[in-house]
Design a protein around this ligand. Structure first.
Ligand SMILES: Nc1ncnc2c1ncn2[C@@H]1O[C@H](COP(=O)(O)OP(=O)(O)OP(=O)(O)O)[C@@H](O)[C@H]1O
Ligand SMILES: [Mg+2]
Length: 255
């Protein structure tokens, strides 16, 4: 099977001239749980936004599922984004809307513009939304307002929403950065389960190495926009840790 993602000499420069990604090359095989680490500002979010093509690479090539997506636009770009579910640090739910409705919004990309304008969702889609809420263990909250849920539960709604796209890839940008340690694990466990049970490829940014060691099948470390480490989580020795995070850094555990 070809890689799901292949980045070759990928670079990205912001309009102000700042080079946030420099000559980045890596592949992601289908079914992997790849974790991206690195200091704040190292380019992790930029890399995520490049993969789903919210940003257009300045140079290099990005291939997704066998297609060159480096410079696609219009319908091709919409189809590309449709294959990728996004999960963010701050959940991005609509607070006053119900959990079910928020989940259904993940299907908006599949509807005609008239259907989405009317907010009209078929019984089939509602059934699918409930199934996805079931996968993340919160089906019974379907009718509650999103803002009545805890942070961890809201992130699980965001995962259910992403699943509405039947994504080939889940991109999670610091999905547990706003959560306490116990809740972090509950969210990571669902991502892990989706990865293992459905074979959905996951690319995820994480800050805590203990989470990286527990959930990643492979790790990439970015430093000032360059890949400085690629390997198994168990290969991140003390020496690598200092190389990635700097000499003054010490590891903080999350259990
Ligand atoms: N719109 C922008 N214009 C110019 N520079 C930007 C822009 N967005 C981000 N940057 C810069 O690009 C670099 C990478 O930013 P990015 O958000 O990808 O880092 P990150 O690794 O996700 O950091 P964090 O862990 O804090 O989320 C940073 O130095 C940042 O200041
Ligand atoms: Mg970031």
């Amino acid at each position: 099977m070809p890689p799901l993602i292949s980045a070759e000499h990928l670079s990205f420069e912001y309009p102000n001239g700042f080079k946030a990604l420099k000559n980045v090359s890596f592949t992601v095989e289908p079914g992997e749980f790849l974790v991206v680490i690195g200091l704040s500002g190292s380019g992790k979010s930029t890399l995520m936004r490049t993969i789903n093509r919210l940003l257009e690479p300045t140079s290099g090539t990005l291939t997704f599922h066998g297609s060159d997506v480096t410079h696609i636009e219009g319908d091709a770009l919409r189809r590309h984004r449709q294959k990728i579910g996004m999960i963010f640090q701050h959940f991005n739910l609509i607070k006053r809307h119900s959990v079910l409705r928020n989940t259904l919004y993940g299907a908006l990309g599949q509807l005609s513009s008239m259907q989405s304008m009317l907010g009209h969702f078929s019984p089939d889609l509602c059934e699918k939304a409930l199934r996805n809420l079931d996968i993340v263990g919160i089906r019974e909250k379907a009718d509650q307002r999103a803002d009545s849920l805890s942070g961890g539960q809201q992130q699980r709604v965001a995962i259910a929403r992403a699943l509405m796209q039947d994504p080939m890839l889940l991109l999670a940008d610091e999905p547990v950065a706003s959560l306490d340690p116990a809740t972090s694990h509950s969210v990571m466990k669902y991502l892990d389960r989706i990865n293992k049970e459905f074979g959905t490829t996951v690319v995820c940014n994480l800050h805590f190495l203990s989470l990286v060691r527990q959930y990643a099948t492979r790790v990439i470390a970015l430093k000032a926009g360059e890949i400085v480490f690629e390997g198994q989580p168990s290969e991140i020795t003390e020496q690598w840790f200092k190389e990635i995070y700097g000499d003054d850094a010490t590891e903080v555990e999350i259990r």
